[in-house]
Design a binder for this molecule. Structure first.
Ligand SMILES: [Zn+2]
Length: 493
């Protein structure tokens, strides 16, 4: 069903040529004719679809930002403008190619009704996933049958990159919700023809229920959100369970802090597992698919293997918008070249990537597709803190995550930003909530942590608050939330 096995090893030049061809035909035959948003954008900026011939020409097109999807009073349904909406007149008017197809269809079919039916199979939205809305209101992204087929294809490719065997069994712990992670995993198992139990996560079955399900299925692959997987494995360890059958842990839907994979794998070793691989994935609602790392030793990452026939990634300087060269840091920008339903072009993900994109063959699996460095973190976690009354300081909270994950005695953590005395005119304060493993020397740890944080981030937490394990699970909303709440900003907007 898919040419991935061949495609993923093609020489870079051939991949680029294929990508340019696909970009050209996608813009002239799909996006410009059928997307209300992009047709208007192109017209406003006097961009003719024919101007976009290669990946390099993308820079002529303005970026699409998260804000562009958000409703306002005048446009309550802005997300709809991103959906491809062909009708008889746009088919005939905008492009000779689809007009020819339309006329040919009309000739061989019994009439307009059948043509409509065929078009609806390609273009009628039948499924959606939505953004989780941590920073903004949730936005819906729609899929047609064409996109559902693509979700199968990306699912197949993901499991192929992970090196999953035909006789594998998996347990999917992503929360059951209209979110990409859950559904990408479900479709991946269908496409790869492997058994997968999707439990719906902690909210549906509870941690105890999930552990029991894992002990029954004895999966070699377990897939879920990093924070919840950690919580579940730690609970299993407390119950002295044997999880020696687990071979691969796949993490998704949330950034993987450095040091986290090591922490997870050493916990699994304690429960009898040998040679466990911990593999990261990257995906977002707007792309309607996810990308994966290939297996490596713990401590190194291969980067996320992309699909050259489905999308184009650029890395830009987030301040100037200028496209960066290979391997350079910056913000990831995504362009779809093979979708229906909701489609985005030059979409600014808000994700910053350290090490950018590499086009060299993967040193581990030898695939030649472009790889996004695994060092991805959310731009929204970079906060401007008013630590003194004099001036603001930019602080990257992602760095805190890496420090806290690497600390052995810390089981759960949360960072809270608030105003001193809840006074909106006061300075900002940074609080650190922690729960610790038994036998951890609290005072010693607090001091060591403050020193480490100060030396790496140049600031000191105003307070470190130690909570019990139960209190902490509530604080981070471990079992009820889609994402474990690590960063809470309580300052007034
Ligand atoms: Zn690889």
């Amino acid at each position: 069903m898919d040419n991935w096995k061949k495609l993923s090893f093609l020489p870079q030049k051939e991949l680029r040529e294929g990508q340019n061809n696909k970009l050209r035909s996608f813009i002239t035959a799909q996006l410009y004719p059928f997307s209300p948003y992009y047709r208007k954008l192109f017209d406003q900026h006097k961009i003719k679809p024919q101007y976009i011939k290669t990946v390099k020409d993308l820079k002529l097109i303005p970026f699409t930002k998260k804000e562009d999807f958000l409703p306002d009073d005048e446009h309550p349904n802005r997300f709809r403008d991103f959906i491809l909406q062909p009708d008889e007149s746009s088919i005939k008017k905008y492009q000779p190619k689809s007009k020819l197809i339309y006329l040919a269809l009309l000739k061989i079919s019994k009439g307009k009704e059948e043509v409509r039916e065929r078009l609806s199979k390609e273009y009628r939205p039948i499924f959606l996933t939505a953004t989780t809305g941590t920073t903004y209101e949730p936005v819906s992204f729609l899929y047609t049958r064409f996109d559902i087929n693509n979700l199968h294809i990306s699912g197949y490719r993901l499991l192929d990159v992970f090196g999953v065997q035909k006789d594998s069994r998996g347990v999917n712990l992503f929360p059951y919700a209209p979110h990409l992670a859950f559904w990408q995993t479900v479709f991946a198992a269908f496409a790869h023809n492997v058994f997968m139990l999707s439990t719906g996560g902690g909210k549906v079955m509870g941690t105890q229920g999930n552990i029991e399900a894992i002990l029954k299925v004895k999966p070699d692959i377990v897939i879920g959100v990093p924070g919840y997987l950690y919580h579940l494995l730690r609970s299993a360890r407390q119950m002295n369970k044997n999880l020696s059958f687990i071979k691969k842990i796949i993490l998704g839907a949330s950034a993987v802090p450095s040091g986290f994979k090591e922490k997870l794998s050493s916990m699994l070793v304690e429960m009898g597992a040998k040679g466990v691989q911990v593999i990261g994935t990257y995906g977002f609602t707007e792309a309607k698919c996810a990308w994966g790392e290939c297996p490596t030793d713990i401590g190194v990452s291969s980067g996320y293997h992309t699909y050259p026939d489905k999308e184009i990634f650029e890395v830009i300087d987030p301040a100037t918008g200028e496209v960066q060269g290979e391997g350079k840091d910056g913000e990831l920008v995504y362009t779809s070249i093979d979708s229906r339903g909701s489609c985005v072009l030059r979409y600014r993900t808000g994700d910053l990537v350290k090490g950018g994109i590499t086009y060299a063959p993967c040193p581990y699996c030898k695939r030649t597709v472009a790889r996004i460095s695994s060092g991805i973190y959310r731009a929204s976690n970079i906060k401007n803190l008013q630590l003194s009354k004099v001036k603001g300081t930019l602080v990257n909270l992602n760095n805190f995550g890496a420090i806290l994950e690497a600390e052995k005695g810390i089981e759960e953590w949360q960072i809270e930003l608030r105003k001193k005395d809840n006074d909106p005119y006061e300075v900002d304060e940074l609080l650190l909530y922690l729960s610790l493993s038994a036998n951890t020397d609290q005072e010693n740890l607090k001091k060591r942590l403050c020193d480490k944080i100060l030396s790496l981030t140049e600031i000191t937490p105003n307070e470190i608050i130690i909570l019990s394990h139960q209190e902490m699970l509530k604080q981070v909303e471990m079992e009820i939330s889609h994402k474990v709440k690590r960063f809470v900003d309580k300052r007034p907007v």
